[in-house]
Design a protein around this ligand. Structure first.
Ligand code: SF4
Length: 388
């Protein structure tokens, strides 16, 4: 398959609300389990080590009508929570044996409880991440949460999750994060060679296929992207921030690019790139779960849904803006997403102090008119190109 066909295939895979790729995997692997992972980050290595397929869940996307979920959950919350529930209530998640919800916000916490009540035959597991990452107890505490998950998966799958299997899975995921890192390095160095829309498709497809296959796919496409003969265009350089959980329709990303932006960095589906360092198994840590927990505590990306202290998030964000030499920042968040909107206030103030232009756009899964987004971004681009 040539490069364009591979990317098109990736788009179709992650946009399929029936999870055809996951169903095919399950049919080909009788007896193996599928576990869905609600955003933003879940330690998928533990699921992988249990012989199961971890699948990233990002809601139903634009093709899902909310017909049933509103009778079980509030209608004034983010789309991803309602459409994920709708996927379950309409049987689209029947191939899943369990769902894992991380402690990112009250809505996700509520959804995990709703899930337990409505789908008693599926595992519904809520991970409580450490709130105070500077406590000496943070790593042992988080390891105990990961141990609790390991035991729940052992009960679900009926087989032990061994240290050896965990170490193997960590190696597979380390490679995946390294390859995604290479993709982003290319995007930052030569954004004309790979668009954000293409990058996004390659990242999202990795959430619905085995990591070994995704690694092979990235190993194939990276040199092909690098070899593309593309000329830089007269566009502004921006960072996209705020869509770490619910994802905007792909047309929003395309619209931003077509309006004249190179998107050099983003936090779309950031769970795939959550750990900034490889999980080290050669140090002094006693076991694989401790290594996973220590990497989460010490080397997670700064994000609205993880408290790093009063200044770290804004400092790191500004450092990134300067390192990438961006002309501006586009904030795009899901309607009703409190963590993203609270975060915006802090980052906006920091950008104002640095005189860095920014634009805010709100989206929801079911939006279907994108002209307004495009014209807002075009105006933003022109204000930077012609008036800065
Ligand atoms: S989109 Fe925002 S409010 Fe909704 S589940 Fe995600 S983090 Fe929570």
């Amino acid at each position: 398959m040539d490069l364009e066909a591979v990317i098109e295939n990736c788009k179709q895979m992650f946009q399929d609300p029936t999870f055809g790729a996951v169903r095919r995997w399950k049919e080909a692997h009788p007896g193996r389990k599928v576990v869905g992972c609600f955003p933003v980050y879940v330690p998928e290595e533990i699921i992988h080590a249990a012989g199961m397929l971890p699948v990233a869940l990002h809601g139903g996307g634009p093709s899902i009508e909310i017909d049933h979920a509103d009778s079980r959950i509030q209608s004034f919350i983010c789309s991803i929570s309602r459409s994920t529930l709708e996927l379950g209530l309409t049987g689209r998640l029947d191939a899943f044996d369990g769902l894992i919800f991380p402690s990112i916000c009250d809505v996700a916490r509520n959804l995990s409880g709703v899930w337990q009540r409505n789908f008693p035959s599926q595992l519904s597991f809520f991970i409580h991440f450490a709130q105070n990452i500077y406590s000496a107890n943070a790593v042992p505490y988080l390891r105990s949460e990961y141990e609790r998950l390991r035991q729940a998966l052992e009960a679900l799958g009926g087989v032990p999750v061994t240290e050896e299997a965990l170490r193997h899975s960590i190696a597979v995921y380390n490679e995946n994060r390294a390859l995604l890192g290479q993709l982003y390095q290319l995007k930052r160095r030569a954004p004309e060679k790979v668009s954000m829309t293409e990058t996004y498709a390659l990242v999202r497809a990795g959430g619905v296929m085995p990591k070994e296959e995704h690694n092979a796919l990235l190993r194939q496409v990276l040199p092909e992207l690098e070899a593309r003969d593309a000329r830089p265009m007269d566009r502004i350089r921006v960072i996209l921030d705020g869509a770490f959980c619910e994802q905007p329709p792909i047309e929003v990303i395309m619209g931003i690019e077509q309006a004249g932006c190179y998107i050099l960095d983003d936090d779309l589906a950031i769970g795939r790139r959550w750990l900034e360092m490889p999980v080290s198994l050669n140090g002094s840590l006693p076991d694989a779960l401790t290594a996973l927990a220590a990497t989460f505590i010490g080397h997670s990306v700064p994000s609205a849904i993880r408290y790093d202290g009063p200044k770290v998030r804004t400092r790191r964000f500004l450092e990134k803006c300067h390192a990438l030499n961006v002309d501006g920042v586009i904030f795009t968040w899901a309607k009703f997403c409190d963590p993203a909107q609270f975060d915006y206030v802090l980052l906006k103030d920091a950008l104002d102090r640095e005189h860095l232009p920014h634009l805010a756009l709100e989206f929801e899964e079911k939006m279907s008119v994108f002209e307004l987004v495009r014209s807002q971004v075009e105006t933003f681009v022109e204000s930077i190109l012609f008036y800065s």
